[in-house]
Design a protein around this ligand. Structure first.
Ligand code: SF4
Length: 77
């Protein structure tokens, strides 16, 4: 497993349903004012909160959280 370097809202297949689960898992990275957004300083937490970020992505009911590793752009999850 690589180092998380990018997290984004990936609506290529489904739309975020604004359930708030990602924010509840790690509020330093995700906020859901309407649809999910990645907070401005989120990158600071990519290393220290790697597990929570992956848990949030896995727990997203519509699979709209993309994770990329090691500076690449392609989604690994
Ligand atoms: S968990 Fe998924 S569907 Fe729910 S708010 Fe976050 S990105 Fe949207």
């Amino acid at each position: 497993m690589g180092k998380i370097t990018k997290v984004w809202l990936d609506e290529s297949e489904n739309e975020c349903i604004s359930c708030g689960a990602c924010e509840a898992t790690i509020e330093e990275v995700f906020e859901v004012p309407d649809k999910m957004i990645i907070l401005k300083d989120a990158e600071k937490y990519f290393e220290s909160n790697d597990e929570e970020i992956r848990d949030a992505a896995e727990g997203c009911p519509v699979d709209t959280i993309g994770i990329a590793e090691d500076g690449a752009d392609e989604r690994v999850n």
